[in-house]
Ligand binder design. Structure first.
Ligand code: ATP
Ligand code: MG
Length: 389
């Protein structure tokens, strides 16, 4: 029989209630595997065991899924063997064939959690290492830098043997640090921001502003596709879509065009405040990065922040575009993000936006029109969609 063993980093446990953390991880893994078949997920001795109930389960798919669950540092696919040295040797030789035939050097590492097992760890290493060398004579033993490390763990329920450790996403379990509301555009940055905050244990909901007919149905579908892709890492996402056209038109017709972008962003945040409260979120997230565009100067950010009732988290603030793109590719949102559909931000973009707006001037400009009724109307017009894992 084969199982998947998932391990979490000890450091991540600091300051958190350990068993809550572990329970949440188990729950998150169960949810992620729901569509892949029946698995028994339990935890023992700082390891989460994912045991296929159905013989035909696709373990490779399950390994990939589990390696995308935040809080998991490494994943191993292991054979479960009887706790008997002869059996361990007899069955490990064929089990490790593919991996060892591809390698040039190897070592065996043994861990004996069950101290009643009659061989010590060095003895297990010697016995199994010798047998594997005999079976695969091309292999050299290298204890410092081997191509393959065969790990044997003697635990309560059996001997677990594996040779490949897959590095997982790490981070903290989604939900362990509260909820936040992401301002999600169709661009490259905001999906990456969602990934980064989910990695720190935040459960993420998303709010999107659309301006039909200036923005198309396809633009909205693109954002929904991004939500769907993000569930792979973030888990379930509640998606709020705000009709923003009337607000943008009123802004265009009544305020100085140079202030369009900064006031628009403030209006977005005012609406986001309400949804943040409604969905029990305690922070906002954006994909802003200092200096990237005119609305992302420190002065513009200062003016935007004054409209927020919650902390605005900007995980990309110190990242280069190149790094952001790398992450977007890794989480498979990049190809969707670069589809060329317009965003409401770009619809009425002024030619000369103020790069150093002063809050006094912005507030004065905002008094030229009473946006409150339109904000209320936009909130009433919000549509909600749930994206499940
Ligand atoms: P992105 O790649 O995420 O679109 P960007 O570099 O294009 O970012 P802006 O268009 O100025 O920068 O947007 C900055 C941030 O504002 C976005 O990362 C996102 O968090 C938020 N935002 C922009 N447009 C929208 C929108 N239509 N709906 C919701 N949030 C938005
Ligand atoms: Mg954008």
């Amino acid at each position: 029989m084969e199982v998947i063993m998932a391990k979490y980093g000890e450091i991540a446990l600091k300051g958190l209630n350990r068993s809550n953390f572990e329970d949440l991880l188990v729950k998150n893994i169960r949810r992620r595997l729901d569509k892949l078949g029946k698995y028994d997920v339990t935890r023992r001795q700082s390891t989460i065991y994912i045991i296929p109930v159905d013989e035909n389960s696709d373990l490779d798919a399950a390994v990939k899924k589990v390696s995308h669950v935040f809080g998991i540092a490494a994943v191993q696919r292991s054979a479960v063997l009887p706790k008997d040295m002869n059996e361990i040797i007899k069955q490990s030789v064929p089990y490790l064939k593919d991996t060892l035939e591809r390698a040039r050097s190897f070592k065996v590492e043994a861990k004996r959690a069950d101290k009643t097992f009659p061989f010590t760890s060095p003895q297990i290493q010697q016995e199994l290492g010798g047998a594997l060398s005999d079976a695969y004579p091309h292999l050299v033993t290298d204890v410092h830098n081997p191509d393959v490390t065969v790990l044997v763990e003697i635990r309560d329920k059996g001997a677990y043997v594996n040779a490949e450790k897959i590095t997982a996403v790490g981070g903290m379990p989604v939900g362990s640090n509260g909820n936040a509301l992401l301002l999600l555009s169709g661009g490259i940055d905001s999906p990456v921001a969602a990934y980064m905050m989910a990695k720190r244990g935040l459960r993420v909901d998303a709010i999107h502003f659309q301006s039909p007919p200036y923005t198309s149905e396809r633009a909205l579908m693109k954002v929904e596709t991004l939500c769907e892709k993000l569930t792979e890492y973030c888990g379930s996402i509640r998606f709020y879509c705000v009709p923003f056209t009337e607000i943008q038109e009123a802004l265009r017709d009544n305020c100085d065009n140079d202030y369009f972008t900064v006031i628009m962003r403030r209006l977005m945040l005012k609406i986001a405040n309400t949804i943040c409260e409604r969905s029990h979120c305690s922070a906002l997230i954006t994909g802003e990065s200092v200096g990237q565009v005119a609305s992302q100067t420190l002065a513009a950010i200062a003016c935007t922040d004054k409209a927020a009732d919650y902390p605005v988290l900007r995980p990309l603030v110190g990242m280069d575009k190149k790094e952001i793109v790398e992450t977007a590719r890794k989480i498979d949102t990049f190809e969707t993000s670069i589809l060329p559909y317009e965003d409401c931000c770009t619809v009425f973009t002024p030619k000369h936006p103020k790069t150093k707006p002063l809050i006094e001037d912005v507030l004065k400009e905002e008094t030229k029109f009473d946006f409150e009724p339109l904000i209320k109307k936009a909130i009433e017009g919000i549509t909600v969609k749930d994206f499940k894992i």
